[in-house]
Design a protein around this ligand. Structure first.
Ligand code: 0WD
Length: 253
């Protein structure tokens, strides 16, 4: 029971294919106490039953583009739990039109939106929940290799992930003095709702199966198990890191 009684916020479950869902399942198996956020009513309908299934203690509304909702979420969590040990940030968004074709065509608005939801949101969530992380803790976010290398069609999301990974390092430096660690998992491609917005995603999956050292794609369970490590005291001296869970694909030339 590596996470026994740890109070953990899971941000970014959209359905049972979500990476955050796989993480929550593994956290549950390690004895964690869970609460889930949803960005609006449509997704609440899917998150509430998932929370029930995984023994979540409460759900709360949190659209990360809205500062008032961030503040309200902090109040809810404070009322319910008083403190928090772990925050999982598994949130990203870009307009579908910005996830194919030439990156050069990204509009100012599309760029801002992707950066706001996919990178700045980690900064604002850390700032908001830091006062509740009174015993130290761990913050986890999800990134992808497209931050480092050009992946066809990933486009503006690659740029947002680069900003996210740099934010992990700066946040780790800021929050370290309170004993709070901040890390990212760089997951291999997984067929989720977010991934379905990326043109040619199936081709990427096939390519990984042929070329990754382990000759397979990764599952949300693979990611969840590594997330257990990063959330638990086993990784007590690990912060500011980007840890690949990609069947080794990133080491290939
Ligand atoms: O191959 C993949 N699926 C990979 C995903 C590989 C490597 C990394 N990732 C990352 C994604 O970029 C994202 O950061 O993992 C994270 C989770 O993505 P996911 O599990 O692949 O996708 P999904 O199940 O769609 O969850 C992302 C959720 C949203 O879902 P939808 O599909 O409704 O946009 O992010 C949430 C929402 O629940 N989200 C928001 N939450 C709060 N406020 C907002 C928002 N404004 N926008 C999206």
């Amino acid at each position: 029971m590596l996470l026994k009684d740890k109070k953990i916020l899971i941000l970014g479950v959209a359905n049972n294919k979500s990476i955050a869902y796989g993480i929550a399942q593994e956290f549950k198996a390690q004895g964690a106490r869970l609460a889930f956020s949803y960005p609006g009513e449509a997704i609440q309908k899917r998150v509430d039953p998932i929370s029930e299934e995984l023994g979540g203690e409460f759900t709360f509304r949190l659209d990360v583009t809205d500062d008032a909702q961030v503040a309200a979420a902090v109040r809810t969590v404070e009322e319910q739990w008083g403190s928090v040990d772990v925050v999982v940030h598994s949130i990203a968004f870009a307009q579908r039109e910005d996830l194919h074709g030439r990156f050069i065509d990204t509009s100012r608005e599309g760029f801002k939106l992707a950066m706001d939801i996919s990178a700045y949101s980690l900064v604002c969530v850390c700032k908001a929940f830091e006062p509740l992380m009174t015993e130290g803790g761990s913050v986890l976010t999800m990134t992808y290799y497209g931050s480092q290398k050009v992946i066809t069609n990933y486009n503006v999301m690659g740029v947002a992930k680069a900003a996210l990974e740099a934010s992990v390092r700066y946040l780790a430096a800021d929050m370290g003095e309170r004993g709070i660690r901040v890390n990212a998992v760089s997951a291999g491609p997984i067929k989720t709702l977010a991934a379905s917005g990326i043109s040619g995603f199936k081709t990427i999956l096939n390519h990984i199966e042929e070329h990754a050292p382990l000759r397979r794609n990764v599952t949300t369970q693979d990611v969840g198990r590594t997330a257990v490590f990063l959330a638990s005291d086993l990784s007590g001296a690990v912060t500011g890191e980007v840890l690949f869970v990609d069947a080794g694909y990133n080491v290939m030339g």
